[in-house]
Write a protein that binds this ligand. Structure first.
Ligand SMILES: C[S@@+](CC[C@H](N)C(=O)[O-])C[C@H]1O[C@@H](n2cnc3c(N)ncnc32)[C@H](O)[C@@H]1O
Length: 478
């Protein structure tokens, strides 16, 4: 059942309506149904053409799954459609060019694609980049098979609008007309959590895209074709934050997720329950949930402890130096720790964490925030002694940056709107606050050290100004 998600009739009908909106079918037109499944799009095309008195286009319906294809064949026997079992992404030559292509491509992440297939796809598809998903390749293949003026309607996850992996697909749309991006309700595919989107593309050189958000009004936008993310343009959120020429990435030395141990149930204790005999190896930590229980106005109060087999430089301690801690790990948890994939693959010692904690970066004053959240908020670790858990990101401002000022800025409504407009979507309206997005957040120039230097030197270069300031200060004091 890899990649099989049946399209509800209502969605199929909507897509057919959009497919034929600008160009109704005429005699001899050719249609392709890639990954036809049990044929909901054939049914919707048939109904539309009968209701509007149009000829049903002739064409090909393909699927790799014999059972589904046979089911569709038996249902639509009288129509001018050939049902063929073949791999739409294969090297099949000469299936022709099409006036219409409609489908719901399989969503199969790279982790579920065989190694030999992956290599083959990487050789043949421009969109097979990074951690690609099959639906991206279906788009590429579909676009290549469009006649001049031909039209394509696909329903897919919306992720191609903003993920790095889909950058090559965003570039490919440059030579087509991506007419419409219609964001469909999250509940459209019962039991499947995706953010579905209908894309309507035509093989013409026109420009301009109508974006229909899930909430809010449709609007026309001009999407960039350089592969950059479309998040801000396709969401109905006015980020209300102009570029200042300075980004968060430029005023921080690090924005990273906290530490993954691969076995938090072994290494993490609530502060009250931490075994006193392991105190020597304990360091304060905090999870995403723990953060959300705290006021943002105060420095974070760690409510848990990591029992940590690393020294203050982040180097793994020798097993013989672990003493009571080593014995406890060995006696109680060794078999559990050895089951972790990082140990099984021979990459880590049995008592090591999934990755070495970069202690020099983490153990300093920093800003903390949740990795996935519906309402982004930022806390400060003033003491600088907290090792964040994997569900928490930490951000270390560059030297001289006012950390409290930066935290206050990050907690403004303006920044929240920018994050809502730019971050990737996780489930149920939650956002992923990834460092690659946060680095691009515009920040006021006052946080930039070169700006501060400019200000300092210009004021010290100008004795008149500085004496004026002294006078003003004196007046205030008086
Ligand atoms: C998401 S389902 C959609 C099915 C159907 N179009 C619908 O909307 O109900 C994707 C379909 O693509 C088929 N499929 C997966 N990989 C394929 C490939 N490489 N070539 C052709 N069909 C494929 C699956 O068997 C499945 O029937």
């Amino acid at each position: 059942m890899k990649g099989f998600v049946k399209t509800p009739n209502q969605i199929a009908q909507r897509m057919v309506e959009l497919l034929f909106r600008e160009s109704t079918p005429s005699k001899g037109d050719q249609i392709l149904f890639p990954g036809v499944g049990e044929g909901p799009f054939i049914k919707a095309i048939q109904d539309y053409c009968l209701n509007h008195d149009h000829p049903i286009p002739e064409g090909i319906a393909c699927d790799t799954h014999k059972g589904r294809l046979e089911k569709a064949r038996s249902q639509f026997e009288g129509l001018p459609i050939q049902f063929e079992q073949f791999d739409f992404l294969g090297r099949r030559q000469g299936i022709g060019q099409f006036d219409y292509i409609i489908g719901n491509p399989p969503y199969v992440p790279i982790t579920e694609i065989r190694e030999s297939k992956k290599e083959n796809y990487r050789d043949r598809f421009k969109t097979a980049k990074g951690r690609f998903d099959l639906y991206l390749l279906f788009f590429e293949q579909g676009l290549n098979l469009l006649n001049d003026g031909g039209r394509l309607a696909f329903i897919t996850p919306e992720k191609f609008e903003y993920t790095e992996t889909a950058s090559a697909l965003r570039q490919q749309f440059d030579v087509y007309h991506l007419e419409r991006l219609e964001h469909v309700s999250e509940g459209s595919f019962p039991s499947h959590i995706t953010y579905p989107i209908i894309s309507i593309v035509s093989n013409t050189s026109l420009n301009g895209t109508t974006v229909v958000p899930r909430k809010g009004n449709a609007r026309d936008v001009s999407l960039p074709s350089d592969g950059s993310r479309w998040s801000q343009l396709v969401r109905d959120i006015d980020p209300d934050l102009d570029s200042t020429g300075v980004t968060l990435g430029e005023v921080t030395s690090r924005i990273s997720p906290g530490v993954a141990t691969g076995a938090d149930s072994v290494f993490v204790f609530s502060s009250e329950k931490a075994p006193s005999e392991l105190e020597l190896w304990s360091v304060p930590t905090i999870s995403g949930k723990g953060l959300e229980q705290q006021p943002i106005s105060e420095s974070v109060e760690p409510i848990a402890k990591f029992i940590c087999p690393y020294d203050s430089s982040g180097d793994l301690l020798d097993e013989s130096d672990l003493d009571t801690f080593g014995e406890w790990l060995n006696d109680v948890h060794r078999s559990r720790l050895e089951k972790r994939s990082c140990f099984q693959k021979g990459k880590r010692d049995w008592y090591a964490w999934h990755e070495n904690p970069p202690m020099d970066q983490m153990l300093q004053e920093k800003i903390l925030f949740r990795d996935i959240t519906d309402s982004p908020r930022f806390w400060v670790d003033k003491g600088g002694d907290i090792i964040p858990r994997h569900s928490v990101y930490y951000l270390v401002p560059q030297e001289g940056v006012d950390i409290t000022g930066l935290q206050a800025y990050l907690n403004t409504g303006q920044v929240e709107r920018w994050l809502q407009a730019n971050c990737d979507h996780a489930r149920n309206g939650y956002l992923r606050l990834q460092s690659k997005v946060l680095r691009d957040l515009p920040v006021p120039r006052r946080f930039c050290s070169s700006y501060q230097t400019e200000q300092t030197s210009s004021s010290s270069d100008s004795p008149t100004d500085s004496s004026k300031m002294n006078a003003a200060e004196q007046t205030d004091d008086d």
